[in-house]
Design a protein around this ligand. Structure first.
Ligand SMILES: *Cc1c(COP(=O)(O)O)cnc(C)c1O
Length: 235
């Protein structure tokens, strides 16, 4: 099996190629390495190969790894999984970005607790955590994310929180979708962005996983979340 560093380079190359095909500047696409279920050593290896943004789905796991890897000064944690309001206090001072805000209540809670992260872990000059609103575009009942018709109200709620920085939208396409359905779901998110202020208000799109990276880049993703293709299959 190839090393994390080799896989990382291969994913970076995929991003460059996809950006080129889409006529985009590859430096506008951030790679978030999704490290859920992976040991801290794998994250350390990726960091040593230059990777700085890491995504975790579960609060407990994120905090555990954060304490094991506290010596890596520029590592930025992205929470990409569902966040319960009663867990907000635990992560609010640790994360550089939350990709999964899906209710006004969660936005208010996060807004009360958010703390600026250390300068070298910041995504924006202010140090305020980046907030993506997660949209349940595929309307699967078991999935988190705000319903498209409630998006406007939620965006307003995030913008009312002075300690949060609203940056964009996120979605996870249906797991069983074929490429055409996936494309429709990603495009639906782009249309929602256009309908709610466009790139001026929502400059970032958190779109794209191992299976749909190229499609996501073609749709305008600025933040791809890649797990399997970087770290291998999860056990
Ligand atoms: C696990 C996960 C990913 C990474 O998926 P891969 O297919 O392993 O690249 C991305 N986003 C979210 C929200 C995830 O839960």
């Amino acid at each position: 099996m190839s090393s994390v560093a080799e896989r990382l380079e291969a994913v970076r190359q995929r991003i460059r190629t996809a950006a080129e095909r889409a006529g985009r500047d590859p430096s506008t696409i951030r790679l978030v390495a999704v490290s859920k279920t992976q040991p801290a050593e794998a994250i350390r290896a990726a960091y040593e190969a230059g990777q700085r943004d890491f995504g975790e789905n579960y609060v407990q796991e994120l905090l555990q790894k954060q304490s094991e890897l506290a010596d890596l000064p520029e590592l930025r944690w992205h929470l990409i999984g569902h966040l319960q309001t009663n867990k907000v206090a635990k992560v609010a001072s640790v994360v550089s970005a939350v990709h999964s805000v899906d209710s006004p209540k969660l936005a208010r809670e996060l807004g009360k607790r958010a703390l600026a992260v250390a300068p070298e872990r910041r995504l924006s000059a202010s140090g305020r955590p980046w907030v993506f609103v997660e949209v349940n575009v595929s309307r699967e009942p078991q999935k988190s994310g705000v319903a498209p018709e409630a998006l406007g109200e939620l965006l307003d709620a995030v913008e009312r929180e002075p300690l949060l920085e609203l940056v964009g939208l996120m979605t996870v396409p249906a797991g069983n979708a074929d490429p055409e359905q996936t494309r429709q779901q990603l495009e639906a998110l782009v249309r929602l962005r256009d309908a709610h202020g466009g790139a001026a208000r929502l400059p970032e799109l958190s779109l794209g996983m191992s299976g749909d990276l190229e499609l996501a880049v073609a749709c305008g993703s600025t933040c791809v979340r890649i797990g399997t293709d970087l770290f291998g299959a999860r056990t």
